[in-house]
Ligand binder design. Structure first.
Ligand SMILES: CC(C)(COP(=O)(O)OP(=O)(O)OC[C@H]1O[C@@H](n2cnc3c(N)ncnc32)[C@H](O)[C@@H]1OP(=O)(O)O)[C@@H](O)C(=O)NCCC(=O)NCCS
Length: 176
């Protein structure tokens, strides 16, 4: 092989969509990229055990290369009147696996789970500066219904509070 030649190997990977288990939590940190969310993952997992949230993972060989979290049933009156509503968030795919349909597949899986549980509608937020995410959601039938200041906070792995200010679009989709 000369310096200019590159040998290639095509890999076929089986991706399993499943809910997180406790031993997945350290792996969700993706080798340091999301260590600051350690407590968020732990709390979300506890809420999954209580039936309040779901942590849906795209698993390859026991490692979560993608994820989407689902907050089940939000209690805003306007939504309640129309049926059960869920909120999708933290959709992410490891860089090396992006642009191969995995983000779309996670969205489809999340929607299928909610349809099975007879949810009427689902929403998701896209940061205003993240046009790719908005494009993805609109392709999946979500429509912008509102904008939001996108202010939220979290406690990192060292107990330090972080305040996020990320203006976003709120998109919604009817499931029935
Ligand atoms: C947003 C995100 C989850 C999308 O994940 P993904 O796996 O790349 O999503 P998909 O592959 O389904 O779609 C992404 C693009 O790849 C394209 N694509 C899908 N399959 C493809 C394939 N086999 N070959 C080439 N392109 C493909 C899609 O058409 C889409 O194109 P577009 O950007 O022009 O609309 C991912 O980019 C990510 O993790 N980003 C960082 C976190 C983030 O921004 N999350 C959203 C929070 S609001």
């Amino acid at each position: 092989m000369t310096a200019l030649e590159r040998h290639t190997l095509c890999l076929q990977l089986q991706v399993i969509f499943r809910f997180a288990e406790r031993e997945d939590l350290p792996k969700l940190e993706w080798y340091g990229k999301y260590t600051h969310f350690r407590r968020v993952f732990e709390r979300t997992y506890e809420e999954q055990l209580r039936g309040l949230r779901l942590m849906l993972l795209a698993d390859v060989n026991g490692f979560p290369i993608g994820q989407i979290f689902i907050q089940l049933e939000r209690y805003e009156d306007s939504w309640r009147a129309m049926g059960k509503h869920a909120y999708l968030y933290s959709l992410r795919v490891m860089d090396a696996f992006q642009r191969q349909g995995l983000g779309s597949a996670l969205l489809r899986e999340a929607e299928a789970i909610l349809r099975e549980r007879r949810y009427a509608s689902v929403s998701i937020a896209a940061a205003k500066e993240n046009s790719a995410a908005r494009r993805l959601y609109e392709r999946h039938g979500f429509c912008v219904i509102a904008e939001d200041a996108g202010r939220w906070s979290y406690e990192d792995h060292q107990g330090v509070m972080h305040y996020v200010n990320e203006p976003c679009w709120i998109l919604e989709k009817t499931l029935r």
